[in-house]
Design a protein. Sequence first.
Length: 159
Amino acid sequence: MGDYIVHLISQFFRLIYKSILHVTAYCKSTQNKVMDEKAVDMSGLLGAVLIIEHDPLVRSMYMRILQHEYDVLTAHTVSQCESHCQRTDLRVVVIEPHRPDGKGNELLETLRSTLTQRQIPVIICSVLDAKRTNHDAGVHSHLVKPVTPEALRQIITQF
C-alpha cells in the first residue's frame, strides 16, 4: 500500500510540473504576441503630449504616467518647444512655468502664440497656485503639485 501511495504522489507532482511548463510556455507566447502588436500598432496612441518641466524626476514621472497612452515629448528650451509645437498630433502641453532659468514666461508666450489658433490646451503643473494669472495667459487648466497620476491622466483626457 505504501508503494502505491508513493506512486500516486509522484504522478501527481509530474502532472503539476507538466501543467506549469504548459502555462509558462503559453504566457511566453502570449507576451511575445502582445509585445509584437505594440511594436507594430503605434497608431493606438492617443496623440502627443509635450512636457515642459525643469525637474528631471518630475519629468520622468510624468513620462512614465503617460507613455502607454501618448507619445510623450519633452522640451527644455524655447527652440525645442517651438519645434514640438509644430507636430500635427500634439494633443496637450503640460508645463511648469516657474523655472530656475527664468524662461517660464517666455515659454508660456511661445506656447500661446503657437498653439492658440490650433486650440491645443496648456496645463500648468506648479507648486504655486497662480490660476488667476495663468487663465489670463491662455492656460486651460492648473494642477498644484504634487500631482497624482490619476489627476494628470484625468485632466489630459478632458481635452
